[in-house]
Design a protein around this ligand. Structure first.
Ligand code: GTP
Ligand code: MG
Length: 199
């Protein structure tokens, strides 16, 4: 029987739906960013006294919480920031010299780095002691973490007559580098743009 030719005796096929359920789950569909994207998390890590907390305070102006890291008495600050128009969660970690942790603070920072699904790890270093501090950069890279190197305290380095070759660092390390002075708010704009770009 040729159903499509016999119009009286045949049931006409059920009308085609105008849309399919599969269209709702089509990965190519453009979903508004406020539904599809989670807020990225970035962590500020580095040796003690390099300016992590000062940078954290500059970035996070709205909502900040300070709490003990689970099972420890070590405080970790988290804050919401609007970086170059992007909402970002920023974590200020306790000072650490190495991923091979010795102190409780270092253990907390290491656990935080390895357990949290961070979108960007901002390694803050003191421009005056950059050679010594790059050791941690290599460890972070070996741990396959997405690293941005923030060479801070450039104001003090310049007073000492030190010049940081940002481009050379970038090409040698293969990661983004920014030079800045959190205290003088120099290079903050470029820093924010780079963070927003890499998250
Ligand atoms: N001259 C100068 N001083 C800075 C700069 N950034 C931070 N400082 C100063 O360095 C000191 C240490 O800064 P913090 O932000 O507390 O350092 P930290 O990395 O959080 O230190 P820990 O919490 O101990 O790991 C403070 O007195 C800051 O004002 C900078 O770019 N230039
Ligand atoms: Mg601090």
């Amino acid at each position: 029987m040729s159903c499509h030719t016999c119009r009286q005796t045949c049931h006409s096929p059920s009308p085609k739906p105008k849309w399919k359920w599969s269209q709702l789950f089509n990965s190519n569909r453009v979903i508004p960013t406020y539904i599809s994207k989670k807020i990225p998390t970035v962590a500020l890590v580095g040796s003690p006294n390099v300016g992590k907390s000062l940078l954290f305070n500059i970035l996070t102006s709205t909502y900040v919480t300070v709490s003990n890291y689970p099972g420890t008495t070590v405080e970790v600050s988290r804050g919401e920031a609007l970086i170059a128009g992007r909402a970002v969660t920023v974590v200020d970690t306790p000072g650490m010299y190495s991923l091979l942790s010795i102190t409780e603070e270092e253990r907390v920072s290491r656990d935080l780095l390895l357990r949290e699904n961070l979108d960007l790890v901002i390694h803050v270093v003191d421009a005056k002691n950059i050679g010594r501090m790059l050791n941690l950069t290599f460890q972070l890279l070996e741990a396959h973490l997405p690293v941005l190197l923030a060479v801070n305290m450039i104001d003090e380095a310049e007073k000492w007559g030190l010049v940081v070759d940002k481009k050379k660092l970038e090409t040698t390390l293969g990661i983004p580098v920014v030079t800045m002075s959190a205290a003088l708010k120099l290079g903050i704009h470029e820093f924010q743009n780079k963070v927003a770009h890499y998250v």
